[in-house]
Design a protein around this ligand. Structure first.
Ligand code: DGT
Ligand code: CA
Ligand code: CA
Ligand code: ZN
Length: 486
């Protein structure tokens, strides 16, 4: 209809027609559809400029290692949102300390993955890779490295606040150094001096810990540098000791070929064992997710028996826990009968349908599921797919309160395109007593590795090891799961 009646043949043409109100008047379209189309086009433009952190990191890591291996390079680090582990990344930033620059620039712009060199100078270069991802390289003299690293790690808000703190101490902080403020041309003018000999303050500061210490602060991990209270916390020695990837001892939300996974139970268990975990939870879909071949009560019972037999035959090895990812039906009831749910070690409850409910309906629906006596953890709270689809509307604060009240954990779904519940909610939620569980939602053996993206997001959310359920031992986890049964 759009094509035949309005002659639309491109996205730009569609956007224009929507803007002029010509789509809304077509039979069967209306204002609402026109608005949705416009919003979709806007999202598409915004999304096209960013990339999933996981994808960006996998491109960046070999480049960083290559830079470090160059004979001219003294130090090399990621910077920007990549280093801060933001869920999406606009471009890659690399920072290098070297005394000789040209060979480093040449190496960078001649990587086989480079499609276009968009800028090239004496000490910097920018390139574009296939798929549109861009990268900036900056080279500085070794004495300047730590200041440039801090500056180009950002975020901007953090940098602004830290610069103000420096000024209050009579110091001027910039990518060039930390020097007494006031007087003639502070930061950049002194750069000339820094290049060869390093300024007075700069000469003694070689690490970020020393840079923060010079401003009477504890070292702030890059993940926390978003200008969201981290400087105040660092001042009061109130920074959290952040959870680390090595703290994870198992995960709960994973799929097998029984539903829509691509690897068998045995293959998933072997892969989890290779990761050194103590336990692996299996949570295949339930029957309402028919497109994912979800399990009904009978098939679930059979899987529980299979898992019991597996544990029996593999004594002393990784423990397999029997769970399910049970659909939350549109009215908030669970998709499986209580008897089947009670036979499990735990129950993940998730929304996979009726996304267009109002915020009030969706919130009530999820809270009803949380109040089910068998619910153990809430899966991917908003259903968002980063750079693809916004989450459905839901009152996050109300859901958090209900989860705390009912002793239900909320998942930090570690799948790189979900990272849901969002890191921005975790600090306040954990302070209310909410338990976090980092789940890769793996659909194959490689997907188990996603737990690392989940840990990165948890760190951005200020979470400690103690606040994450799956840092606990198998014995502690089993105790927890029994204790939260109602
Ligand atoms: P992104 O790339 O959009 O995901 O975000 P970032 O944080 O990586 O931003 P980017 O690549 O533009 O710049 C890297 C860092 O440089 C940024 O986090 C803070 C620092 N910076 C401070 N002031 C400025 C400025 O005026 N322009 C730019 N481009 N960067 C600045
Ligand atoms: Ca960047
Ligand atoms: Ca950049
Ligand atoms: Zn799911």
């Amino acid at each position: 209809m759009l094509h035949e009646q309005l002659g639309i043949s491109s996205i730009a043409g569609l956007a224009q027609a929507c803007g002029e109100g010509r789509v809304a008047v077509l039979a069967g379209f209306g204002e609402k559809t026109q608005e949705k189309l416009l919003a979709g086009i806007r999202n598409r433009e915004a999304y096209a400029r960013r990339h999933l952190w996981w994808d960006a990191f996998s491109v960046a890591e070999p480049i960083l290692q290559g830079l470090r291996a160059l004979p001219q390079v003294r130090r090399a680090e990621h910077a920007g949102s990549l280093r801060r582990k933001l869920e999406t990344v606009g471009d890659l930033d690399f920072l290098v300390a070297a005394e000789e620059w040209a060979p480093v620039v040449d190496w960078f712009i001649t990587r086989p993955e480079v499609e276009e060199v968009t800028a090239k100078g004496e000490t910097k270069a920018s390139v574009r890779f296939a798929g549109g991802l861009q990268a900036d390289l900056r080279i500085v003299p070794p004495a300047q490295f730590v200041f440039a690293l801090h500056h180009f790690t950002g975020a901007k808000e953090h940098n602004v606040q830290l610069r103000q703190r420096a000024l209050a101490r009579g110091l001027s902080l910039s990518e060039w150094g930390l020097v007494p403020s006031g007087g003639e041309g502070t930061a950049k003018a002194k750069a000339g001096a820094l290049l060869g000999t390093a300024g007075a303050a700069a000469g003694t500061i070689r690490t970020e810990a020393e840079l923060f210490a010079a401003l009477d602060l504890h070292e702030i991990p890059p993940e926390l540098r978003e200008g969201l209270g981290e400087i105040e916390a660092a001042e009061q020695d109130a920074l959290p000791r952040l959870v680390e990837a090595d703290d994870i001892r198992g995960v709960f939300h994973n799929h097998t070929t029984a539903s829509d996974g691509r690897n068998t139970l045995g293959e998933m268990v072997a892969a989890a064992q290779a990761l050194g975990w103590e336990y692996l939870g299996i949570a295949d879909h339930s029957k309402a997710s028919f497109q994912a071949n979800g399990l009904n009560e009978a098939r679930l019972r059979a899987q529980v028996a299979e898992i019991a037999a597996l544990n029996q035959s593999r004594r002393g090895q990784i423990r397999v826990l029997a769970g399910v990812e049970c659909d939350i039906l549109p009215d908030g009831r669970l998709d499986l009968d209580e008897e089947a749910l009670r036979a499990l070690d735990y129950v993940v409850v998730s929304v996979h349908s009726a996304f267009s409910q109002s915020e009030a309906e969706m919130t009530a629906r999820i809270i009803r599921a949380i109040e089910h006596p068998c619910a153990t953890m809430l899966g991917h709270l908003t259903g968002r797919l980063l750079l693809k689809r916004e989450g459905y509307p839901v009152d996050v604060a109300k859901v958090i309160d209900a989860a705390v009240a009912n002793r239900v954990a909320i998942e930090l779904n570690a799948c790189p395109q979900r990272l849901d519940m969002d890191w921005r909610h975790w600090q306040a939620a954990a302070a209310k007593g909410l338990v976090c569980v980092i789940n890769p939602d793996a659909h194959d053996t490689a997907g188990l590795e996603y737990y690392r993206a989940g840990v990165a997001a948890a760190r951005k959310g200020w979470l400690t090891k103690e606040q994450v359920l799956n840092t606990r031992s198998l014995a502690e986890v089993r105790h927890y799961l029994q204790a939260c049964r109602r």
